[in-house]
Design a protein around this ligand. Structure first.
Ligand SMILES: C[S@@+](CC[C@H](N)C(=O)[O-])C[C@H]1O[C@@H](n2cnc3c(N)ncnc32)[C@H](O)[C@@H]1O
Length: 372
């Protein structure tokens, strides 16, 4: 084991050498200005160490429907415990944990929802996301085996649609995935459309468009463009219902198909790929981008929107959550804007723009053009 006090690792930077020195920490704890920095750093470290317990406390509050119950009004701990069928002492621990997470608070013996707790329930898809996390949690139970590739992650079987048309032949399975994806699509579409103006497009084809939430948002935001949805045959029936409900069906064409077999349909001057690339291996992405390039006219635009790695500026949401998630899926990976730029360049695209994202944990956006 490394003895921090005696080891003198020569290749380490100055800051890391200081971090390894107990003497440095003892000095920091005594000096007023540094004391605060040291405490904040200690808190940040403990936050990382205890993150999994925080997530599980949240999951318990969700599964026991404590947060939902509090939407009906303030309640004493006893009522919440009886409702959740949890004994008073563990219930007190869970409620206090929920308060520490900022989801609820207690005043005059009554527990009530905070704005954060209410927002958790209101953000589309967040609750469903938390409720499917036990799958990822099981996959990460032995993280060493997970990263060594010695286990078969359960998550790899949870999203079979990524394996191609055959993988999603079961409509029930397609519906399960579609709900989880579609719930959060509103946020992704809003952030994407706030960054990229599609109103000048004549015809937009959303490849891997799922149940059509992105196109529905485009249709509501821009009156002009014709809209085309391209996705696997088992996925598109749900899109028909959405387009009918949102009143944009006269403008929409649905083209069932697989981008793994044959070229992409031509005719659109804009192609969008929303949360599609990160599901797939580099070879599949290279092939898909080449097909998008072929399908676009000269000057045509490609829009890519998905959570991206921070690359040289690692981002906690995408480089911890999405990167590990896509690793567990075993089919794709979370790429940085630079990596996507390289793939776009190899496919022939030019005028590559990286817009970043308002909320990288929701999405980041890039565009590129087929040269004229
Ligand atoms: C992660 S989902 C994203 C759906 C939607 N764009 C969104 O953001 O909610 C990926 C989509 O790609 C579709 N897909 C996967 N393989 C495909 C293929 N070979 N051809 C066409 N679509 C495919 C899936 O059916 C799914 O709708």
């Amino acid at each position: 084991m490394l003895k921090a006090s005696t080891a003198r690792p020569s290749g380490l930077g100055f800051a890391a050498r200081l971090g390894l020195s107990p003497r440095f920490h003892a000095i920091c704890a005594r000096i007023p200005g540094l004391k605060h920095i040291a405490r904040a750093e200690g808190r940040a470290l403990f936050d990382i160490v205890s993150g999994f317990v925080q997530s599980q406390a949240l999951l318990a509050l969700v599964e026991l429907r404590v947060l939902h119950r509090l939407t009906e009004g303030p309640l004493p701990a006893g009522d919440l415990g009886a409702f959740a069928r949890v004994a008073p002492q563990p219930m007190a621990v869970l409620l206090q944990a929920g308060a520490a997470l900022g989801l609820m608070r207690q005043r005059r013996g009554l527990w009530r929802l905070t704005t954060r707790g209410a927002a958790f329930l209101a953000v589309p898809g967040l609750e469903a996301m938390v409720r499917h996390h036990p799958v990822l949690y099981r996959d990460l139970a032995d993280p060493v085996a997970f990263f060594r590739g010695e286990t078969q992650p359960e998550l790899a079987g949870f999203w079979p649609y990524v394996f191609g048309a055959g993988g999603v032949a079961d409509p029930a399975l397609a519906a399960r995935y579609s709900e989880l994806m579609a719930d959060s699509q509103g946020l992704v579409a809003a952030d994407t459309l706030a960054l990229v103006d599609l109103s000048g497009s004549q015809r937009i084809m959303d490849v891997g468009g799922g149940t059509g939430a992105f196109l529905a948002a485009v249709g509501a935001a821009c009156r002009g463009p014709e809209l085309v949805l391209f996705d696997l045959p088992a996925v598109v029936p749900a899109a028909k219902a959405r387009f009918a409900a949102s009143g944009i069906d006269p403008r929409v064409t649905i083209l069932p198909g697989s981008f793994r077999s044959g070229p992409l349909p031509e005719g659109a001057d804009t192609i969008s790929l929303v949360r599609v690339l990160y599901d797939h291996a580099d070879s599949t992405v290279a092939d898909l981008l080449a097909k998008a390039f072929q399908a676009l006219p000269p000057g045509g635009r490609l829009v890519i929107s998905e959570p991206m790695s921070g690359g040289d500026h690692p981002d906690r949401a995408t480089d911890v959550y999405f990167s590990v998630y896509t690793l567990a899926m075993q089919t794709g990976r979370t790429r940085s804007a630079n990596e996507i730029t390289a793939l776009l360049g190899a496919a022939g695209f030019a005028d590559i723009k990286n817009y970043g994202g308002f909320r990288p944990f929701v999405t980041s956006v890039m565009t590129a053009r087929r040269p004229i």
